[in-house]
Design a protein around this ligand. Structure first.
Ligand SMILES: [Mg+2]
Length: 249
């Protein structure tokens, strides 16, 4: 059994034990690059840019180079894909236009449908739900640009969401710092409400901040991709998927 599966099974066993004692537990999941692989969204953005008649006319060579670009799991944003297409030194007007297009599309309700849950994610969350664990999706996405799409995508993939025990928490406004927002949100949970809190997150900056301010929370580092603005934690459990590998729990 992989180390990731062992960690996940350990969490389910703990949840089962808490359930048997009627003790409440909470699992908090980040969305982008934790529950959901965003690389299909990124790929679609590059393809749509490439197919747009205006950009085709303005940047024929670059648009052609992006036509069949493939994303890699380690890509964070579109920068590495643009480098792989050989466009890193292309003229500034192209980079400016692509950046504006990316901002408009990546942070939009319309493009969230391209995201795909990571392997095992839907089932793992369902297992926690069965074990009476409350679920919160805590995301740096903001309500205005991505609230409706986030809700639709969660429901589409059968993640539990009822605004009571299963909640989606988004930034009220887009300018807020992600780490600050997430850490502050944890402060809103009454101290005695949960016996156990798990937090699943891929971004080291957020991991470090929450860890510093909320040492009682068990943080699971989801090792997919991140901003590179901070080193990944070396002494926290590390996950690379959500597959439990059933049998004997
Ligand atoms: Mg994330």
């Amino acid at each position: 059994m992989t180390q990731t599966s062992q960690i996940l099974r350990h969490i389910l066993k703990k949840a089962e034990s808490l359930k048997s004692k009627n003790l409440p537990a909470l699992a908090v999941f980040d969305l982008d690059s934790t529950l959901f692989d965003v690389s299909p969204r990124l790929k679609q953005i590059l393809h749509d840019f490439s197919a747009d008649p205006t950009y085709r006319r303005l940047f024929p060579q670059a648009a052609e180079a992006l036509k069949d670009i493939e994303m890699q799991k380690s890509d964070w944003g579109i920068r590495n894909a643009v480098i792989r297409a050989g466009l890193d030194h292309h003229h500034p007007e192209f980079h400016q236009s692509l950046r504006e297009f990316w901002l408009k599309t990546f942070f939009s309700n319309e493009y969230l449908k391209y995201d795909r849950p990571y392997e095992g994610a839907v089932n793992f969350v369902a297992r926690l739900q069965e074990l009476n664990v409350d679920i919160v999706y805590l995301t740096g996405r903001d309500v205005h640009r991505m609230g409706a799409g986030s809700r639709q995508t969660l429901l589409h993939w059968n993640f539990p969401l009822d605004d009571q025990r299963y909640q989606l928490v988004l930034k009220p406004e887009q300018g807020l710092d992600d780490a600050e927002f997430k850490s502050s949100w944890f402060r809103t949970i009454p101290d005695e409400k949960y016996q156990q809190i798990w937090f699943f997150e891929n971004e080291p900056v957020n991991v470090h901040k929450v860890r510093e301010h909320h040492p009682h929370i068990d943080i699971l580092f989801f090792d997919s991709t991140h901003s590179g603005k901070a080193h990944p934690p070396t002494d926290l459990p590390r996950l690379i998927h959500f597959l439990i590998e059933e049998g004997g729990l």
